[in-house]
Design a protein around this ligand. Sequence first.
Ligand code: ATP
Length: 630
Amino acid sequence: MSQGRGHFSRGFMTEEEKANQPKVTKALLTRIFSYLKPYSGRLLLVLACIGLSSFFTLLPSILTGKIIDEGLMKRDLGALIKYIALSLAVTLGANLIGVAENYVNTWIAQHITFDMRNQMYAHLQRMSQRFFTSNNQGDIITRMTSDIDGVQRVITSTFSSILSNSLTLVIAMIAMFQKNWLLALIGIVIVPLFTIPTRRAGHTRWKYANESQACNDEINGILNETLSVSGQLLSKLFGKEAYEYGRYVEANERMIRLNIRESLAGRWFRVVLSTFTSVGPMLIYLVGGILMIRHGASLTIGDITVLVALLGRMYMPVNSLLNIQVDWMRSMALFTRIFDYFDIPVEIENAPDAITPDRAEGNVTFDHVVFGYEPERTVLKDVSFELKAGHSIAIVGPSGSGKSTIINLIPRLYDVNAGSVSYDGVDVRRLDLGFLRAQVGVVSQETYLFNGSIRENLLYAKPDATEAEMEAALKKANIWEFVQNQPGGMDAMVGNRGLKLSGGEKQRLSIARVLLKDPTIFIFDEATSALDSISEQKIQEAIDPIIQSRTSILIAHRLSTILAADEILVVKDGQIVERGQHKDLVTRDGVYRELYETQFSKALLPQEDGVTELEQYIWAQQPADEPDDE
Ligand code: ATP
């Protein structure tokens, strides 16, 4: 919630807020109330506390009359001490009740936000990949943190302020009317009058504060832009130093002018405030005095003092209640924003009659799959293929052709628009999500490691993995040696998102993590970015045996990976345009041949012995074929 810049934003709406005022419907209020309902007992307690403390806070003002009339005027020391003691006790009582009220109120607010935060987190966890790719991460985190924190403020401050201020006003007014209706009426008229000029002055100051804040943001923007590594380089290379300096000075000058104006407006605000707050009591003294002196009214000096004191107590609540409308609107906007998030439907969830098979083999079938991330753009157009358990498929194709999209559909990160994806003959949409995702192990290009130790990253895949299992996985992933050489071994930290590791090391660690998970289908999205040849070789050595022993799908960019697969699918513009084995595909004048000549050309360069890497590979893989062919 934009609680704004300090005190002065409280009573005023920004243009944006005015334009986006939420609709306060019965449904919205009922929904908010549903969060309060579990705590209704405690809420009643808060209500009682607020009532009592409002009354107790006003009581000393009423007792002032007794102190004057009964104690001072009648020169009765006993009465004087009694009322002074009572006054002090009541003030102490009001404060103690205030503490209790604050405790219970904060307790309720904290528990409500606790409930909401957990509910929101669980809801976000169920959101699909589409939600996370199409929503700004910053927005999601703001909903989770500051918006939900805002709810706490609404409960501890907005709601209780409405209650306590209204009660204080009502009690003060009753007490005033009991003393003298005419003076009470004067009080009631004068208090709102005072608020008009103070609100105007407040608005002016708020406006300047806002403009100054915008100016400050602009200055920060300029600093961030021009003093960053790339920004200053750009300004140097384009000779823009003088221009940037001018921009900076101009924004600074504007800022100075605004700050001076804001400070002056603040001073005027205080002048207006103090003038108006002193007019009220003077009027009461004047009219009260005239009533006493000229008309012989039965008013005492104590009565007039009480009326003045009560009047002084009314300014704050009236002012707060005038601001409340904006606070209320902001609170409703806040709840609306949060509920809007709660209402985003869960796109991918377990079917009510989801199946959890007893056995998992690893057969994957794409049957005339059509899919698009956005409705207006189809990414996969009629994709059909079958991956038999124990076999491997390499998917190749130009960038953006839909390779990653194909694999995204297997663990149901997205659902197909038409056709079906099946696992062991069952449509993935009918399978239990937990079961399905346990079957699929993905080593993606963008390896994600948590900021923890190597061990913690491994245990994420299998919390009860033994040391021996972890060691075996690391060995298979060809990274055991590296881990052993780390200070702390498996307890070495990988750094934020694994930044302390090289790309190749991260990918091998990620392979080890997937091996620990032990999925039935191994998916490997090969990095397009260049790794050095030693890293590449180590990864190749790690995945080769995996491909041979497990059902695998490989998004391949290197010839050696492609050749390790049983079948190659060539994808172009979301369609499988060719399929088969390397030796056949390479002879056809198609997409594969083109890719082969452009992307895999490194493998075509003759090595020292005049033989290409490709030829070496083919010979190594098919020693028995040669004599037969001849
Ligand atoms: P590369 O080899 O570059 O990784 P790819 O063949 O794996 O490419 P995909 O990532 O499957 O290609 O993307 C296929 C198409 O879908 C591209 O045009 C891409 O812009 C689009 N696309 C991918 N992810 C999304 C997304 N989350 N939202 C919208 N469009 C997307």
